[in-house]
Write a protein that binds this ligand. Structure first.
Ligand SMILES: Cc1cc2nc3c(=O)[nH]c(=O)nc-3n(C[C@H](O)[C@H](O)[C@H](O)COP(=O)(O)OP(=O)(O)OC[C@H]3O[C@@H](n4cnc5c(N)ncnc54)[C@H](O)[C@@H]3O)c2cc1C
Length: 478
């Protein structure tokens, strides 16, 4: 049963028993909690699309590993076609959910591990790659969702992990046993950790040899004893719980901090343990794949934002105004540049020793730098087009109030013939698309902060080649 339906996916989460806290209280029923469910629904869209005639051909392919049809979200790329399909699927899904569907990070971890575990084995004769392939088979056969446990809480940013006054600021191995390891630490911003069956942990940065205990990668179920998910707050997080003014009526996003309170990991699930010199490569590969992913999903989110802007123009009676139509063009070209860089990064991908294909990291990072700046501009344009009611629209509860409701509705009218309820719904969606902090901050920091992209671009670009070009024209011989 390699392809799950949406319903099977949700039922599979129901069988899990993670330890979860939100707003200071223990949540025992994750799946039916309205706030968490909105996030789970976004991930469920990746299962739904795989079963829809319209998208099945792009979402499903045969795995060379298990010889069965699998959801592409479980498939590390083994061709240029696979790399391109990742971006196209992400764009389609980003547009369908209008937020993050929370399933690419796990694939990005698996893609990076499928390259680096092989390289570690080549150097040290370890068996990480074989262990990783066993894990991957499990993921593919059961159509699992994984999330990325990469970002450590990091304490004092000027200090290396082993230099921190509290040694747990980066996740580390605290005990080595005959049957596995015990780890302690916390991973921040764990997008969709409760929509996932497994959490894949990687180091968050390059490490020195003194940081040996921090050079650890592994995968464990998200309800493993000792794991505590503390759901983070975001700007619109009460809306689903209050059951009104929701905006995106189907989907949302949430990002817990996951605490690893002395968690046991069996050796068969450990994919790196102490090989510090590979930590930087592992995180660089994960980040580059993740930045490629963003080029697809965020372009898809802009598609949805453009749709909302155009609809607001219809509803406000501003559809013919040329300066607003210019702003639509400004939104479109930003989506296409983002997408174009990400698609180009895929076509320029190269086969690695393990057989996995890796994207062009310079193009993928260029795409992400563009996202960090331009998504904010797209949000600004959307709010500009939609009008000031994006921020202080009366609540659904005021509209339903028998005393003031009819009066409020009267003054919410837009263009003739547009149902007032529709105009209100679209304004709420614009609020969610442009101002939900879990999404807008992810445009800046998700996949690493801007400086990390710039450093990668500088490191991975052929600077000498560019100097040679200029020297040749200037007649300078080296
Ligand atoms: C909505 C959202 C979703 C996310 N989802 C995930 C996820 O699913 N999985 C995951 O693992 N991570 C996730 N992340 C984490 C993301 O990768 C980090 O936020 C990002 O790497 C920045 O780390 P930080 O937040 O700790 O900020 P910091 O590292 O504190 O950075 C803040 C600023 O300080 C600068 N800075 C910090 N330290 C240094 C230094 N030593 N040298 C130079 N400059 C420095 C940075 O460049 C940046 O400008 C998510 C983040 C967000 C906001």
């Amino acid at each position: 049963m390699a392809i799950k339906t949406k319903e099977e996916y949700i039922e599979s989460l129901r069988k899990m028993n993670p330890v979860v806290y939100m707003f200071g209280e223990r949540i025992t029923n994750v799946v039916d909690n309205p706030r968490l469910r909105a996030g789970i629904e976004a991930t469920a869209a990746t299962y739904e699309a795989a079963n829809m005639a319209e998208y099945r051909h792009s979402m499903v392919t045969e795995s060379p590993l298990i010889g069965e049809a699998v959801n592409r979200f479980t498939l590390p790329p083994t061709s240029i076609e696979d790399l391109v399909a990742r971006v196209k699927n992400n764009r389609m899904l980003g547009g369908r959910v209008g937020t993050c569907f929370q399933r690419c990070t796990g694939l990005d971890c698996m893609s990076a591990l499928s390259i680096v575990t092989y390289n570690i084995d080549q150097k040290y004769g370890t068996e990480y790659y074989a262990r990783f392939l066993e894990f991957l088979k499990h993921v593919q056969k059961n159509d699992l969702t994984c999330n990325a446990g990469v970002t450590d809480v990091k304490g004092d940013r000027s200090l290396n992990p082993h230099e921190q006054p509290d040694k747990d600021m980066y996740l580390r191995v605290v005990e080595r046993r005959h049957d596995g390891i015990v780890v302690r630490g916390a991973k921040a911003h764990q997008t969709g950790s409760l929509s996932s069956h497994e959490i894949i942990v990687l180091p968050t940065r390059a490490l020195k040899k003194e940081d040996k205990d921090y050079a650890v990668a592994f995968a464990i179920p998200t309800d493993t004893p000792g794991l505590i998910h503390v759901v983070g707050r975001s700007t619109l997080d009460m809306r689903e719980l209050q059951g009104c003014d929701i905006g995106n009526t189907k989907y949302s996003k949430y990002c817990p901090t996951v605490i690893f309170n002395d968690v046991f990991v069996p050796w068969e699930r450990v994919f790196m343990c102490g090989e510090t010199e590979f930590a930087g490569d592992l995180v660089m590969r994960f980040s580059a794949f993740h930045r490629q992913s963003h080029g697809g999903c965020k372009a898809g989110k802009i598609d949805c934002m453009i749709g909302a802007a155009l609809t607001m123009m219809d509803y406000n009676g501003t559809a013919k105004l040329s300066h607003l139509r210019q702003k639509i063009i400004d939104m479109i070209h930003r989506a296409e540049t983002l997408y174009g860089c990400s698609i180009a990064a895929s076509y320029e991908g190269k086969r690695q020793s393990s057989g996995t294909y890796f994207i062009d990291p310079v193009l993928a990072n260029a795409s992400k730098i563009h996202e960090g700046k331009e998504m904010a501009e797209v949000g600004r344009l959307l709010v500009d087009i939609a009008g000031g009611y994006v921020c202080d629209l009366p609540s659904d509860r005021d509209l339903a109030n028998p005393e003031i409701g009819p009066l409020v509705m009267k003054y919410m009218q837009g263009a003739a013939g547009v149902p007032v309820e529709d105009r209100i719904r679209m304004l709420r969606l614009v609020e969610k698309l442009a101002l939900e902090s879990a999404d807008t901050v992810s445009d800046i920091h998700g996949g690493g902060s801007a400086e990390a992209h710039r450093i990668t671009i500088m490191r991975e670009t052929d600077l000498e080649g560019k100097k040679k070009l200029s020297k040749r024209l200037a007649g300078i011989e080296d």
